[in-house]
Design a protein around this ligand. Structure first.
Ligand SMILES: *[C@@H]1O[C@H](CO)[C@@H](O)[C@H](O)[C@H]1NC(C)=O
Ligand SMILES: *[C@@H]1O[C@H](CO)[C@@H](O)[C@H](O)[C@H]1NC(C)=O
Length: 507
């Protein structure tokens, strides 16, 4: 706290300088070291020195301390914080060399002041290399030196949670409180967020409950827990936390509500999802916005409940909420899935500026109806209107035309094997191709899904530019204009990308 206030009112350089002096004064009993002059310099790190010091630390990590220290001193390097950090970077998972170097900086260069950054880097390495005793000791040392910040809390709690030192997690908060880092809800929330995002939700819950006497959790902490449990698929725990927080008078925020609804749909608990949604409509209508409607409408469309989806859309409009591209895309797909083509096209026509998700909804719906030709027409249309297809567009279309397993064309020049299997051989992927052919031979036409994604990626280069042009020509000759257009467009895209890349390389 003190540091933060100081750095706001006086220039940082003054503060750093004062801090180094302070440390020097405390250690006047130590003999002056020849390198003492380097304590405040900001000399750039000399790579030669760095290599030499790292080599010594590595080779002599089990030597007696005195010998290690005299070897290090003979290097005569300028010790700076940057130098220390770069030493750390060289040993990202080995606590010993890093900690030995730290001890050296303490003893041989006592006026060199570590700060939160150097300490955090070191303690993180100690934690990652799982020396938990030293980790715990170092954290307490940081507390005593008042060098603990948000990052330290995150490192401490993440590591302790990963090794399931649950009691230490709670204790850390108590010890830091004794060191002047007082219990803080804000800090707890930050830590809980980090834990839940890394799927350490069980540990996060333990922490919250055990600390509740000192830090009363609020809706943010509970919200992270609920989302964390949704992420690991434990809807029972998520619901329990939900009830606990509502019992305590907190309202789950909209992102938490959305997460619950979305997860219930994902695991096919449609009734539960709709229960939450209905509860929102009854009790918190004012909070209900586009994001929640979008999830529900998308689900309804996927399940073919198009009239229900329309009812929701109307409700949205009535409440002054406009549909976005994604919601409209769901509607379009839903209409097509029901075979209501004319309506679907009408929706698209009414949209002034469609984005790629709308075209994808249209293409996906048409392909589901086995109308690959019409889907390709949409592909041409989107290009004409300035919307560049993505990898996803190409893969959908190729699957639509050739099937998920690939189809054998009647003309050997343009059949599936010539283009794809032959293509793989040319791309140096003969092993993949051989495996594919083997499966075809063994099981007749029952081959596994052909990986169009991989195939297109192999050819996302100069060779692909030529190949797709060639293949396109052949396909057009035999009257397969749709496939020809798709491949040639893809080739053209590669060509411009390559040209752009070459330009970037040239000086
Ligand atoms: C240490 O830094 C000083 C000042 O920046 C510089 O003059 C000196 O050459 C450096 N010493 C070494 C050994 O790099
Ligand atoms: C759809 O996306 C386009 C392009 O990003 C944008 O200009 C347009 O406003 C969006 N339409 C809606 C309804 O959000």
């Amino acid at each position: 706290m003190l540091a933060r206030r100081l750095s706001l009112t006086i220039p940082l350089t003054t503060f750093l300088h004062a801090q180094s002096q302070h440390v020097c004064l405390l250690t006047t009993t130590e003999p002056n070291h020849p390198q003492l002059t380097s304590c405040t310099n900001r000399a750039p790190v000399d790579p030669g020195h760095l290599v030499r010091v790292c080599t010594i630390l590595y080779q002599q990590q089990y030597s007696p301390e005195s010998r290690l220290h005299s070897s290090l001193s003979s290097c005569n390097f300028n010790l700076t914080r940057e130098f220390f950090l770069q030493i750390c970077n060289n040993f990202p998972l080995s606590w010993r060399p890093v900690y030995l170097f730290f001890q050296y900086t303490q003893k041989a260069q006592p006026c060199f002041a570590h700060n939160s950054i150097t300490f955090n880097r070191m303690v993180d390495i100690i934690g990652k290399s799982r020396n938990i005793d030293l980790f715990w000791e170092t954290l307490q040392e940081m507390g005593r030196r008042r060098l603990v910040n948000d990052k330290t809390f995150k490192i401490a709690l993440m590591t302790l949670a990963e090794v399931r030192e649950l009691k230490k997690m709670v204790n850390f908060f108590h010890i830091m409180n004794d060191c002047g880092c007082e219990y803080s809800l804000e800090m707890l929330n930050k830590v809980v967020k980090t834990l839940c995002q890394r799927k350490l939700v069980v540990e996060a819950k333990y922490l919250i409950l055990k600390l509740s006497e000192w830090i009363k959790p609020n809706e943010i902490a509970y919200g992270w827990l609920i989302k964390g449990y949704c992420d690991v698929g434990d809807l029972i725990e998520a619901s329990k936390i939900w009830n606990l927080m509502t019992d305590e008078g907190f309202e789950p925020s909209i992102d938490v509500v959305d997460k619950m609804i979305e997860t219930f749909f994902k695991i096919n608990k449609d009734d539960e999802a709709m229960k939450v949604f209905q509860m929102m409509r009854v009790k918190r209508m004012d909070d209900l916005g586009l994001s929640t409607y979008r999830i529900v409408i998308d689900w309804m469309c996927k399940r073919g409940k198009i009239s229900q989806a329309y009812t929701m859309l109307e409700e949205m409009f009535k409440r002054g909420i406009e549909a976005d591209n994604l919601t409209l895309s769901s509607i379009i797909y839903g209409l097509l899935a029901r075979g209501r083509l004319r309506e679907a096209y009408k929706v698209v026509e009414e949209i002034e500026k469609p984005d790629i998700s709308l075209y994808h909804g249209l293409i996906k719906g048409l392909l589901r109806l086995r109308r690959a030709r019409e889907a390709t027409q949409v592909f041409r249309e989107m290009i004409k209107r300035g919307c560049e297809p993505t990898m996803h567009t190409y893969i959908m279309l190729l699957q639509g035309h050739l099937g998920k397993r690939g189809r054998k064309g009647p003309d050997p020049l343009v059949n599936f094997d010539t283009i794809f299997v032959g293509g793989l051989v040319k791309a140096g992927k003969s092993l993949d191709a051989a495996k594919y052919v083997e499966r075809v031979m063994n099981r007749g036409v029952e081959v596994p899904r052909f990986d169009y994604n991989k195939f297109l990626h192999y050819y996302s280069n100069e060779e692909g530019v030529v190949m797709f042009e060639e293949v396109g020509k052949k396909l057009r000759e035999v009257g397969l204009a749709d496939l020809a257009d798709i491949f040639q467009r893809y080739g053209k895209k590669m060509a411009t990308r390559e040209r752009r890349r070459n330009r970037a390389i040239e000086p």
